[in-house]
Write a protein that binds this ligand. Structure first.
Ligand SMILES: Cc1cc2nc3c(=O)[nH]c(=O)nc-3n(C[C@H](O)[C@H](O)[C@H](O)COP(=O)(O)OP(=O)(O)OC[C@H]3O[C@@H](n4cnc5c(N)ncnc54)[C@H](O)[C@@H]3O)c2cc1C
Length: 285
């Protein structure tokens, strides 16, 4: 279908983009890679009157070492995540996950910021930034604010970003020594979208799993932490049997959707199985 008519601006700077959004009010929307927004426009599920294109702003792209964390520009593409040496060294799960998103064409245009701002619970990267305890940085007419990943995803396709705000960057604490990671994803052969995905981070110390952080994809209207499984995994022996025992709690408190790809019970089963696999891989057992 052809999208409804809209105006389009391509500001030269972030400040100009924020001004354009303010001028456009509630009917203005940011576009970056367009990989999620364009399908919505074509299906006429969204019909903004103004698109503010930030997809070329160099100031929003790239990865910077800030000491204990990496600052990733919101316009950094999935392809960039896959090939950036700082990401590989300090937060490799972002690269591992980006490799599972769609296909090369989508990965070249789609951005990390767009994936997060879109707020799709089936998106892969939201659960990962949740497990990484990342902080999202937004800028609007009132200045800059920081939003913890746990407070960012509010509901289906709904985030804590205000209408006039641009997501500028994502600050991701570096994974220190002893941490391992794995993103496990179950999807139909024909498409890459996750039926369920599990992002597991595990810190191993002296044969014991000292700490685990687990984010779940598509197990509710927002990405969620598998808190019960995290608690069960902390302090257990780093063995497959013990980690599978902790993974049995992975679906606790979740409200997975029912759709063509799976019933809620099927997704709960997937969450448990994938969590066991992801924890084991993250812990290196
Ligand atoms: C064929 C296909 C397959 C796909 N498969 C997968 C998959 O397997 N896994 C997966 O996770 N995703 C998948 N996707 C979705 C896609 O990869 C991401 O959602 C996409 O990369 C979003 O980034 P974008 O820059 O294209 O965002 P856009 O489409 O430009 O924008 C998406 C939303 O985010 C907002 N937005 C974007 N950037 C900003 C910003 N800086 N500040 C504020 N708001 C912003 C927009 O207003 C819009 O609401 C697929 C997409 C396609 C077309």
């Amino acid at each position: 279908m052809i999208p409804a008519q809209f105006d389009y601006v391509r500001p030269a700077t972030l400040d100009e983009a924020i001004q354009a959004l303010a001028d456009g009010g509630e009917d203005a929307k940011v576009i970056a890679g367009g990989q999620s927004l364009m399908p919505l426009l074509r299906l006429r599920l969204a019909y903004p009157e103004l698109l503010v294109d930030v997809g070329h702003l160099a100031e929003l792209r790239g990865v910077t070492d800030t000491g204990g964390a990496l600052l990733i520009g919101a316009r950094t593409t999935h392809y960039d995540l896959l090939h950036d040496p700082l990401i590989a060294e300090h937060c490799g799960i972002l690269a591992q996950t980006a490799a599972t998103v769609a296909d090369p064409a989508v990965r070249h245009r789609g951005t990390l910021g767009g994936s997060l701002a879109h707020g799709d619970p089936a998106g892969d990267l939201p659960a990962v930034v949740l497990a990484l305890d990342a902080t999202l940085i937004a800028r609007g007419p009132g200045g800059e604010r920081q939003i913890g990943a746990g407070d960012f995803f509010l509901d289906y396709l709904t985030t804590a970003l205000d209408a006039g705000e641009v997501l500028t960057g994502i600050s991701v604490p570096k994974l220190g020594p002893g941490w391992g990671y794995r993103y496990e994803k179950f999807h139909r052969t024909a498409q890459a979208w996750a039926t369920v995905g599990v992002a597991a981070l595990a810190r191993r110390s002296d044969g014991v799993l000292a700490e685990a952080r687990i984010g779940l994809t598509n197990m509710g209207t927002v990405p969620v932490r598998a808190s019960a499984a995290e608690a069960a995994a902390a302090g257990v022996e780093a063995s497959r049997a013990a980690l599978d025992g902790a993974a049995a709690y992975a679906a606790e408190g979740t409200q997975p959707p029912a759709d063509l790809h799976g019933a809620p019970d099927y997704r709960r089963h997937l969450a448990r199985v994938l969590t066991g696999r992801a924890l084991a891989a993250a812990a290196g057992v």
